[in-house]
Design a protein around this ligand. Structure first.
Ligand code: GLA
Length: 394
């Protein structure tokens, strides 16, 4: 049975009625191949959408409420459409409420509806489960608003921005645009080379000739990730404000080249802020070089850039932590693994590695065993299939 049939059946069991007026929308998580903590600095990122997703079955109602349930949670959430500002502190459902709230402010018609979520993106693992939840909510509400004749056909990039805004102003995480963009705009078998300054982008085929992208989940839950994330962002802003003494036209760290940074870095008074800026500026360079390497089919160069990215995130940006470092170290020790790094915000979560087809079984068993013996935690591995972005499943 397909996921679509299963979720429709579960929906009917929960809310009653039949399947004739139940629709299904879906939006994926993402893995970022390289370009970490660059998006909110106007930099480059290189994510791919996953096949794991947040899928909803939904039916329009006339109750004045959005009722939300999830296949893996016992509680249901009821959002009164006239009180959407009031749900910031829900233990779950605040991402959805935030999206509905922001869209209402933007002039969308907010349709009463019953929703059932089925999430297959592992939660809190750095694979953007929250962006998947937000983007599918935004897509569903935008489609209903369009059908009501209030707004235009949903534009996926605008919806990504709306979802990001919900996370920023409603959920208190000052995230950049990468996750929501990848979730909205993903394309099967492709990664997205995205310029976060103007949102220009290009799809890059993921032809990895004899290699695969393997995600390693440390299963180490991220702790204090939100406050540390916002702190990193503030440190970048401080560094930029001081570099502007030399480069007044720079609007973001990405506008400063590696050479310019070397010339002016002493303007940054705080050592930590200087390290953060160094990571961002050189990471942007690594993304450009990675896309070039993939264009030329030079996978080894790409792998080396990924590993350099991890080292920079570990030593300069300080967002890796023991578990991610151990998993990357164990990954790189396997012959056939040509690059490995953490992916996402860090502080726990997942790694991403490029592994030769012939080495994948050994990679999973040996990295799994060694990681477990060093940390006491059993990890999980997923072989990435780049999937499509947010859409209605007909
Ligand atoms: C999180 C954020 C993104 C991005 C990454 C780090 O996933 O949501 O906007 O900043 O961290 O690259």
């Amino acid at each position: 049975m397909t996921e679509q049939n299963e979720i429709i059946n579960a929906f009917i069991k929960l809310y009653g009625g039949d399947s004739s007026d139940v629709r299904v929308f879906s939006s994926p998580g993402r893995v970022n191949l390289i370009g970490e903590h660059t998006d909110y600095n106007g930099g480059f990122v290189f994510p791919a959408a996953l096949s794991q997703s947040s899928t909803v079955a939904v039916r329009k109602t006339d109750t004045g409420c959005i009722r939300i349930a999830a296949t893996d949670l016992p509680d249901r959430v009821v959002l009164d459409i006239n009180k959407l500002a009031d749900y910031k502190n829900l233990s779950w459902g605040n991402y959805q409420a935030g999206v509905a709230y922001v869209m209402q402010q933007q002039g969308y018609y907010i349709q009463s509806c019953d929703i059932l979520y089925n999430d297959t993106v592992p939660f809190g693992a750095g694979l953007s489960s929250s962006a998947a939840i937000e983007v599918v909510m935004a897509l569903t509400l935008a489609q209903f608003s369009y059908e009501k004749g209030v707004t235009d056909i949903p534009n996926m990039i605008e919806l990504a921005k709306t979802a990001q805004k919900a996370e920023n102003i409603y959920c208190g995480v000052n995230c950049g645009i990468m996750d929501q963009f990848a979730s909205a705009m993903g394309r099967k078998n492709h990664a997205i080379f995205l310029d976060c300054k103007d949102l220009s982008f290009k799809y890059v085929p993921l032809d990895l000739n004899g290699y695969k992208i393997v995600i390693g989940n440390t299963n180490k839950k991220r702790s204090l990730a939100e406050s540390k994330y916002n702190e990193r962002r503030a440190q970048c802003e401080e560094a930029l404000s001081q570099l502007k003494l030399a480069y007044p036209d720079a609007e973001c760290l990405r506008d400063i080249s590696a050479d310019q940074f070397e010339d002016a870095k002493t303007l940054i008074l705080n050592d930590i802020c200087r390290m953060r800026a160094e990571h961002v500026i050189f990471e942007c360079d690594r993304v450009l070089k990675s896309v070039e390497a993939l264009d030329k089919g030079d996978l080894r160069a790409f792998g080396n850039l990924m590993t350099a990215s991890h080292i920079s995130l570990r030593d300069l940006y300080e967002v890796t932590g023991n578990h991610l470092d151990i998993m990357v170290e164990e990954s790189l020790a396997i012959e056939g693994c040509i690059g490995a790094r953490m992916t996402g915000a860090g502080f726990g979560g997942c790694t991403v590695s490029i592994v030769a087809d012939s080495a994948i079984d050994r990679f999973i068993s040996e990295v799994g065993r060694n990681y477990e013996s060093r940390t006491g935690i059993v990890p999980a591995f997923y072989i990435t299939e780049a999937g499509d972005g947010g859409r209605e499943i007909l």
